[in-house]
Design a protein around this ligand. Structure first.
Ligand code: NDP
Ligand code: 8X3
Length: 253
C-alpha cells in the first residue's frame, strides 16, 4: 500500500535525496522546508517523473506556532503520516566553544533539537492513535564523537539519538518504530551553510576524500523504512570508507 512520507528539510541534500528515493519507489510525499521555490520545483519534478502525490508546505521548524499550524494542516489535508523523516538541521560555525557566536549556537539547538521535538510532538499522537508509524531521525556521527569546534553541533546530534531512544521507550506498546540514522561526512550544502556561504572553505572539507553522497543516505533510509512490520532498525551509523570517527578522515593529497 502507498505510504505517506513526511520529510522535513526536503529542499536540499539528504532530505531532497530521500524525497526522490521514496518517490521512485511509489510513495506519496509531504515535503517541508523554508525555501518554498525549491519545494515547488521538487514537487513538479517528482510528480512528472514518478506520478506520485506530492504535498508541499513551507515550514521553518524553529517557529513553534508555525509547526503546530502546518502539522495540523498536514494531518487534515493529507491524513495519516506513515513515515516521518526528521531531517531538517544544520551546523553553523566551527569554533572553540569559548569563542562561538551565541546566536549560531542557539540556532543549532532551535533547529536540530527543538524543531525535531516540535514536529514529532505534533505528528506522533496520530501515529499512536492509529497504532502505526515510523519516525526516522537524522542524527550524525557527531552525536557519537565530539570534535574540535563542534561542541554544540555534536550535543544537538547526541540529543537526537537520546530523543529517539526515549520515544521508542514511550511507544513500546505500539506498532511504532523509531530509528536514528547517524551519517558521517556527506557532501551536501551542509558545509556551505556551516561556513556562512564560504564556498571555498566548504569545498576543502570534501577535497581528498570520497565523501558519502546524499543518495547513499537515501538508499539506507529507504532500506530502514522497508523492513517487515516486526523488524525495527533502532540505529544505523554510516561513514565514508576513509573515515574512522566523527571528524577523523584520511585525505589522499
Ligand atoms: P543541507 O544544507 O543540504 O540541507 C539541510 C536541510 O535542512 C535543507 O533542506 C534546509 O531547508 C533544512 N533546514 C535548515 N534549517 C531549517 C529550518 N529552520 N526549518 C526547516 N528546514 C530547515 O544539509 P544536509 O542535507 O547535509 O543535512 C540534512 C541533515 O543531515 C541535517 O540534520 C544534518 O545535521 C544531517 N547530517 C549531515 C551530514 C553531512 O555531512 N552533510 C552528516 C550527518 C548528518 P531550507 O533551508 O529550505 O529550510
Ligand atoms: C555532519 C557531519 O562530520 O561535520 O553531521 O559532523 S560532521
Amino acid at each position: 500500500m502507498t505510504r505517506n512520507i513526511l520529510i522535513t528539510g526536503a529542499t536540499s541534500g539528504i532530505g531532497k535525496a530521500n524525497a526522490y528515493a521514496f518517490a521512485k519507489s511509489g510513495e506519496n510525499l509531504i515535503l517541508t522546508g523554508r525555501r518554498s521555490y525549491l519545494l515547488e520545483e521538487i514537487q513538479a519534478e517528482l510528480q512528472a517523473q514518478y506520478g506520485v502525490q506530492v504535498w508541499i508546505y513551507q515550514l521553518d521548524v524553529t517557529k513553534l506556532e508555525e509547526v503546530e499550524v502546518i502539522c495540523s494542516r498536514i494531518l487534515s489535508e493529507v491524513g495519516q503520516i506513515d513515515v516521518l523523516v526528521n531531517n531538517a538541521g544544520l551546523a553553523l560555525g566551527l569554533e572553540k566553544f569559548q569563542d562561538y557566536n551565541t546566536l549560531d549556537m542557539m540556532t543549532m539547538m532551535d533547529t536540530n533539537v527543538k524543531g525535531l521535538i516540535a514536529v514529532t510532538r505534533q505528528i506522533l499522537p496520530s501515529m499512536v492513535e492509529n497504532n502505526s508509524g515510523h519516525i526516522i531521525n537524522i542524527g550524525s556521527t557527531a552525536g557519537l564523537y565530539a570534535y574540535a569546534g563542534a561542541a554544540v553541533y555534536a550535543a544537538t546530534k547526541a540529543a537526537v539519538k537520546v530523543l529517539s531512544d526515549g520515544i521508542r521507550i514511550d511507544t513500546i506498546d505500539k506498532n511504532i518504530k523509531v530509528t536514528t540514522v547517524q551519517p558521517g561526512i556527506v557532501e551536501t550544502d551542509f558545509s556551505q551553510v556551516r561556513f556562512h556561504g564560504d564556498k571555498a572553505r566548504a569545498a576543502s572539507v570534501y577535497a581528498g576524500i570520497e565523501a558519502l553522497q546524499a543518495d547513499d543516505i537515501a538508499d539506507i533510509t529507504l532500506y530502514i523504512a522497508n523492513q517487515p512490520a516486526h523488524v525495527q532498525i533502532s540505529d544505523i551509523t554510516v561513514m565514508a570508507t576513509k573515515q574512522a570517527t566523527g571528524f577523523m578522515v584520511h585525505k589522499d593529497n
